[in-house]
Each structure stands twice: as structure tokens, then as C-alpha cells.
Write a protein that binds this ligand. Structure first.
Ligand SMILES: Cc1cc2nc3c(=O)[nH]c(=O)nc-3n(C[C@H](O)[C@H](O)[C@H](O)COP(=O)(O)OP(=O)(O)OC[C@H]3O[C@@H](n4cnc5c(N)ncnc54)[C@H](O)[C@@H]3O)c2cc1C
Length: 441
């Protein structure tokens, strides 16, 4: 034991673990309290019959200015994905299209007319004021109706299992909207960033956790020693004279507390004014379907995977070629595919029972790949409340939350419900939070 903690982190999902690791990396003393028996939260890797199925985060881009130092500080076992990971596909109108950088413009995914409109993007006028608009309107405005609708559907399906008409472009994809804000055009913005990127800056590449994301979570928790407390469900977080008292299996005290839970769960344990606001957050249940089997029965192309476009006529939102891009996800001479269903994009499909969802995944994946799949290993994992949905209004909601939080110095919120859905965004937010917590008087 290292004396009193500087900060208590509630929740040991990847969001809580990254912020605790960053506090420790900067010389602070975090105490992490987790309701479950193991760290990792929704990223609870399935290890079964030598298959490794990631039910949530399965890959991330490295190097990253905030994630890389944290992973290095704990000696995390992360490895680059196979080089085929750059091969990405889209299925739409009954056809499979391969997208490969700028040559994507030569695919028939977008018509000749749509491509001509795309080329006008640098001359499209930007709005005079900052607006919070749906992803689809934003991309249709910039890229034209055809490429905009297709691009918005792919981005919404691929990252949020979301509805492109409800997701906020600015909240869900801030880096893309920032190109318009800074340079008045997505094309000009990308070119400007390429020019200013130093030749020495390595290009970010897809990486995976060698022993699964549950293994990575264990590696993040290990250096905390006794300051990672599993089976410690927090019941309340209350301000006291000199900081915060966290109550659950006992009572802990620290000058600061970071609540790294989904907003609806945070609402249950936080002081009064937070609950109504946190309960306004949107999340959408999803199901992940794993299909594995011998390679003779599972012809999986090499590459990262397929996203489905607006006219795919299928329920599946994305199909990942797990055993192709990531080492160790299937036994030797076997293959593993992962399909994503549901979300805001298609909530009704989740009414299907697991067996029917598996049958649907076999049929739809086979249709996309043009083969007959005969998996011998299947798995369905359902997430509820599911993936946070940053709808139009999300940024204003965050402002209102900040306003309430300003009344409670030392109390902070973290995790995928707020300021970025992927592991790299969690690391970026972790870095900002650690700085604030350790700088506080
Ligand atoms: C299908 C899918 C695919 C994804 N793919 C990717 C990807 O490829 N790349 C990527 O970067 N990200 C991906 N993500 C997102 C990534 O998995 C999440 O951002 C991340 O796992 C969320 O972590 P978190 O800590 O915010 O939340 P959680 O994992 O929900 O953690 C919250 C933790 O708090 C604990 N808890 C709850 N209540 C209490 C309490 N009262 N007291 C104490 N503890 C409590 C829970 O047990 C849990 O451990 C994906 C997500 C999904 C669902």
C-alpha cells in the first residue's frame, strides 16, 4: 500500500484503466474500484477451443501520442496487425467493392456522376457559423448526395452501429469536421495535414492485443497491485469536507474521483443534479456473432473486413475477417469471422434468438463473400445498454454536464459515453484528466 490515493477511479473498463495508468505514469497514486471479478468491462475476450473472439474493441491504431506512452509504461503485449489489414471492402447493391486509398475513386461504388460531384468538394462553401448537424447532412453537403449518403452509412455502421441521420457529425467524427472548420474543405484539410506532417512521423497502423483485450486489461491493472480492487461495486460517491467519499464494500476517500462508467450506471451513484442529465444519454444494444471453422469450410478472403452500404439489403452492418488480419484468433488451419448486428442502425434484428442470429450471419456473410460457409464454432455476445450514440445535441449535452460538474470540484466522468468511442479517444481523454487531477491544489 502506498498511502492515501490522489484519485479514486470507479470502473475498470478500458476507460477507467487507461486513466488510472496515466495517473500512475505521471507519478500519481490511483485506486481503482471495479464491480466485476476481472478488469476489462465490455472488452471481455472469449477464449474457447483456441478461438479468440473480441466482443468489443478488437484493434486500434498505433503509434498514438496518448495511447502509446500508456501501453509502453505497462509493457503491454500489442502487435501490428498482418499487412493485409489495409484491404477494406464495401458490400452494396449486391456487389463487393475493394477500397484502396485514392484508387477507391475508380471503383463503381459511386457512379460517374457521383464522382464528378465529389471532385467539386474543395469549392463547396462552409456554413458561416458552427452547426451541429447529422453526419449524413454534413457529408451530403460536402461530397454530394450519392457519395455523402454512402460514406455516412459506412462510417455510422463501422464505428457506432449507428444511424447516419441521427449521429452528430461534429460529436461522432470531430477530426473530420475539424478539416472543414480549419481549411474550409475536407480535401484541402487532408492535403494540408499531409504537407505539415513531418517525414519522421510514422504512419499509424492497425495493432491488436496479442493475448486479447482481456489480457491487455490485466496488463494495465497489474502494476496497480492492491490498488486494483475487483468485486467492489460502488454504491455512492459523495462530496465530503476535503474531497470525495466512495462507498460500496467499504469506504474510501480521495481528493478526486473519476467515474468511468456508462452514463446510465454513473447516474445511479452520483450526487442528485447529475442523474436526470446522465439519463438523457443514448446507447444502442448490439450483438456480435462469431463464426469459426476449418479453412475448407470457411473461405475467408485476406483483408480487414467489409462494411455494408445503404443499399446492401442486409441486416449485417460489418463483417470482420478476424483470422486474416490478427494473429492467434483461430486455431491452425481454421478461420474466424465476426459480424455486427443491431445498434441504432437496425434495432429490430436483435429480437431474433441467438440460433436465428447465427443462421442469419451464416447466410449474409456467405452472400457477401460469394461462398457457402459451414462454421463448426459459433458464438453470440449481446451488449446492453450497448454502444453510446452521439446524436445531434451530444455536444450541448456535454456542455450542460460540464456546467453541473463545475459545482463539484474534483469529480470527473470518463469512458466511451462521453468524448470518443474508441480506445485511442479514451487514452486522449485519460491524458487530459490525469493532468487536471494531478494539477489540482
Ligand atoms: C462491438 C464493439 C466493437 C468495438 N470495436 C472497437 C475497436 O475495434 N477499437 C476500439 O478502439 N474500440 C472499439 N470498441 C469500443 C471499446 O470497446 C470501448 O470504448 C471500451 O471498451 C469502453 O470502455 P469503458 O471503460 O468506457 O466502459 P466499460 O467497458 O463499460 O467499463 C465500465 C466498467 O465499470 C464497471 N462498473 C459498472 N458499475 C460499477 C459500479 N457501480 N462500481 C464499480 N464498477 C462498476 C463495469 O463492470 C465495467 O468493468 C468497440 C465496442 C463494441 C461494443
Amino acid at each position: 500500500m502506498k498511502g492515501h490515493p490522489d484519485v479514486i477511479v470507479v470502473g475498470a473498463g478500458l476507460g477507467g484503466l487507461l486513466v488510472a495508468s496515466e495517473v500512475a505514469r505521471r507519478g500519481g497514486h490511483p485506486l481503482v474500484l471495479e464491480a466485476g471479478p476481472v478488469p476489462g468491462g465490455v472488452a471481455a475476450t472469449v477464449h474457447d477451443e483456441n478461438y479468440l473472439l473480441e466482443p468489443a474493441a478488437g484493434s486500434f491504431l498505433l503509434p498514438h501520442p496518448h495511447l502509446t506512452p500508456i501501453l509502453e509504461s505497462v509493457g503491454a503485449s500489442v502487435v501490428p496487425a498482418e499487412p493485409v489489414a489495409h484491404r477494406r471492402f464495401v458490400y452494396d447493391r449486391g456487389e463487393l467493392f475493394e477500397l484502396a486509398g485514392p484508387t477507391s475513386l475508380t471503383t463503381r461504388l459511386v457512379s460517374g456522376r457521383g464522382k464528378l460531384r465529389l471532385l467539386r468538394e474543395p469549392w463547396v462553401r462552409s456554413p458561416a457559423t458552427v452547426i451541429d448537424e447529422p453526419l449524413q447532412s454534413f457529408l451530403e453537403r460536402r461530397l454530394g448526395p450519392e457519395a455523402g449518403r454512402t460514406g455516412a452509412t459506412l462510417m455510422a455502421h463501422g464505428v457506432f452501429a449507428g444511424d447516419p441521420d441521427r449521429l452528430s457529425a461534429r460529436a461522432a467524427f470531430p477530426a473530420i469536421v475539424a478539416l472543414e472548420d480549419a481549411d474550409g474543405s475536407l480535401v484541402r484539410g487532408v492535403l494540408a495535414r499531409r504537407r505539415t506532417r513531418s517525414k519522421d512521423t510514422p504512419r499509424a497502423r492497425v495493432h491488436t492485443a496479442l493475448n486479447g483485450m482481456d489480457g491487455l486489461a490485466a496488463e494495465l491493472a497489474a502494476p496497480l497491485g492492491d490498488d486494483f480492487r475487483p468485486d467492489w461495486p460502488v454504491e455512492s460517491v459523495q462530496h465530503d469536507g476535503s474531497g470525495w467519499t466512495v462507498t460500496g464494500r467499504g469506504e474510501e476517500h480521495a481528493p478526486a474521483v473519476i467515474v468511468a462508467l456508462a452514463p446510465a450506471e454513473a447516474a445511479r451513484i452520483l450526487p442528485g443534479p447529475f442523474a436526470p442529465l446522465l439519463n438523457e444519454a443514448h446507447a444502442a444494444p448490439v450483438a456480435v456473432v462469431g463464426l469459426g471453422g476449418p479453412e475448407a469450410h470457411m473461405q475467408v478472403p485476406s483483408g480487414f473486413g467489409v462494411l455494408t452500404g445503404p443499399d446492401a439489403g442486409l441486416h449485417i452492418l460489418g463483417l470482420l475477417f478476424e483470422s486474416s488480419y490478427a494473429a492467434g484468433r483461430a486455431p491452425d488451419h481454421h478461420r474466424l469471422l465476426k459480424g455486427i448486428y443491431g445498434g441504432d442502425a437496425d434495432p429490430a434484428v436483435l429480437a431474433l434468438a441467438d440460433d436465428d442470429l447465427v443462421a442469419l450471419a451464416i447466410e449474409e456473410a456467405g452472400r457477401i463473400l460469394g461462398v457457402s460457409l459451414r462454421p463448426s464454432w459459433t458464438r453470440v455476445i449481446r451488449h446492453s445498454p450497448g454502444i453510446p450514440q452521439y446524436h445531434v445535441g451530444h455536444a450541448a449535452w456535454l456542455d450542460r454536464l460540464d456546467h453541473v460538474a463545475a459545482e463539484f470540484p474534483g469529480l470527473h466522468l470518463a469512458g466511451w459515453g462521453y468524448r470518443g468511442m474508441g480506445v485511442t479517444s479514451l487514452a486522449q481523454h485519460a491524458s487530459a484528466l490525469a493532468e487536471r487531477v494531478l494539477a489540482a491544489p
